[in-house]
Design a binder for this molecule. Structure first.
Ligand code: SAH
Ligand code: SF4
Length: 479
């Protein structure tokens, strides 16, 4: 605990319960009383939670929104209308940090002008001491700073900030605590994500996640299943199970293994689609492939991060698989699941990456035929082992990045249109943003479909005939 930062985070409130989540419900009640009192003086009590980063960050935002609602806040229409603005942050690459500074810089005037305004920042970036120091010194109008391990404590931290009208900073280095049964507020009614584990034990040498999200902690399968059942009862049709490495779910405690957990989730009556993110290729089992084949409601889409196609680079990345074993896994998946779509993440310019290494990546891209790939330029993260290794020149990285993008485009275009003429099930997501009278939905394999239809179909599963391919999406006809 010595390394924790706590500038007034923990005020002694003797009558507050010490157990969780009761303690947080106690503080939600206290904040609500304060907010009600302030409302009589003209306080708007509106809030906004902004997400920078991945699905984990978005999931944290849902929890923060749920707690804020429990504290008596309503969702603001826009940033200008908000009395509390929170950011969940990302620090996986340097540009994510820059994004946050840009956004909070633009909020300076509002924070200084608006009485009682609270700007708060949480998430991965706040687990980095240097970033917290920068915010403390250069952004005095940021009133609330907390990390990834105490998101559940928002009500308590907000209570202190409101009562004392001064800045609260509380960062915890790591914890084994998982607080269940706090409120959460989703933006879409028909889709939801569910954490199955927190943190990561893999320590890929480029990655900051294990340092900012802590050691891997699996949630109890009972809690996961209960949450999934409640969501389905609430009308949710599609659930995404979230973990940094879903395949190592349960290894840290007496628990089910991931395929068994997935099977039980897929057996929940009424749950039409299940996705999961992210499996690590190093332990993607045969049992999991078979299960996906067996259960129709497990989506035909596997996101299988490659990172590099070079066995030598993978070794230095500490990924625990080789070019050959990755390709063999893809062959096994394709054999048993011929209709599955594969997507991936690739890093270009990892320290020491030679042209030959890069050619191995290009080779894997061409051989696998990914439907899409997120391609990233390597970003040095201080504190990770790779940060000490000599980098690849910017010029080379740029050149490789463009060549890789071309290869990805080319290989994904080979898959385009493969399902033309078929009738497939689509989960309708929203109105088509460009074409009035049209809707956008998603196939089980994650590919988008646009078709004419009425808004009342949003959130429904419908049958659509795929008529034409337009690159990364289809045009279809509702049946
Ligand atoms: N747990 C997931 C990844 C989480 S981070 C997994 O193992 O697949 C999401 C992606 O960001 C990674 O797959 C990787 O491609 C990319 N990434 C992580 N650290 C990075 C860094 N330092 N520079 C560039 N990209 C990085
Ligand atoms: Fe980062 Fe590797 Fe863990 Fe993914 S598995 S979060 S890339 S350390």
């Amino acid at each position: 605990m010595e390394n924790n930062l706590d500038y007034g985070g923990s005020e002694w409130v003797p009558e507050a319960p010490s157990g969780e989540p009761e303690r947080q419900y106690y503080f939600m009640d206290r904040v609500r009383e304060l907010v009600e009192r302030k409302k009589r003086e003209g306080y708007g009590a509106s809030c906004l939670v902004n997400v920078i980063g991945c699905q984990m960050s978005a999931k944290d935002a849902e929890k923060l929104r749920g707690i804020l609602k429990g504290c008596g806040y309503r969702e603001a229409e826009s940033e200008d209308d908000a009395d509390v603005i929170l950011f969940t942050t990302c620090t996986v690459r340097e540009n994510a940090n820059q994004k946050l500074y840009g956004r909070i810089g633009r909020l300076k005037h509002q924070c200084e002008r608006r009485k009682g305004m609270i700007l708060g920042i949480t998430g991965c970036m706040m687990q980095e001491k240097d970033e917290v120091e920068t915010i403390r010194k250069r952004y005095p109008y940021v009133k609330l700073i907390f990390g990834t391990h105490n998101v559940y404590k928002l009500a308590e931290l907000l209570y202190r900030t409101l009562r004392r009208d001064e800045r609260t900073v509380e960062i915890i280095d790591d914890t084994s605590l998982i607080v269940e049964n706090l409120p959460s507020l989703r933006k879409t009614g028909f889709r939801a994500s569910v954490n199955i584990s927190y943190g990561c034990n893999n320590f890929c040498t480029y990655c900051i996640v294990p340092y900012v999200r802590g050691r891997e902690k699996s949630r109890s399968s009972e809690e996961i299943l209960r949450e999934c059942r409640d969501l389905v009862r609430d009308g949710v049709k599609e659930i995404m199970l979230l973990g940094q490495n879903v395949n190592s779910y349960g290894l840290d405690r007496e628990e089910l293994r991931f395929p068994e957990l997935l099977r039980r989730v897929s057996e929940i009556p009424g749950l039409r689609r299940i996705r999961f993110m992210t499996p690590n290729p190093k332990d993607f089992s045969e049992e999991l492939i078979d299960l996906i084949g067996e259960r129709e409601n497990i989506c035909r889409h596997i996101h299988l991060p490659l990172q590099s196609g070079s066995t030598e680079v993978l070794r230095r990345m500490n990924r625990h698989y080789t070019k050959e074993s990755y390709l063999a896994l893809v062959r096994r998946i394709r054999k048993k699941l011929p209709d599955v779509s594969l997507t991936t993440d690739i890093i270009v310019g990892f320290p020491g990456e030679s042209e030959r290494d890069f050619q191995d990546t290009m080779d894997v891209v061409r051989r696998v035929g990914f439907d899409s790939a997120f391609t990233f330029v390597y970003s040095k993260r201080s504190g990770t082992p790779a940060a000490k290794w000599e980098g690849v020149s910017e010029e080379l990285v740029k050149d490789r990045f463009h060549r890789l993008l071309d290869a990805v485009r080319e290989s994904s275009s080979e898959n385009e249109g493969r399902d033309i003429g078929k009738v497939m099930e689509v989960l309708v997501e929203e109105r088509d943003r460009e074409k009035p009278g049209f809707l956008t939905g998603r196939l089980s394999n994650n590919i988008l479909v646009h078709f004419r239809g009425g808004e009342r179909l949003i959130g429904e599963l419908v049958s659509v005939e795929l008529l034409e391919s337009r690159g990364f999406y289809y045009m279809g006809r509702l049946l």
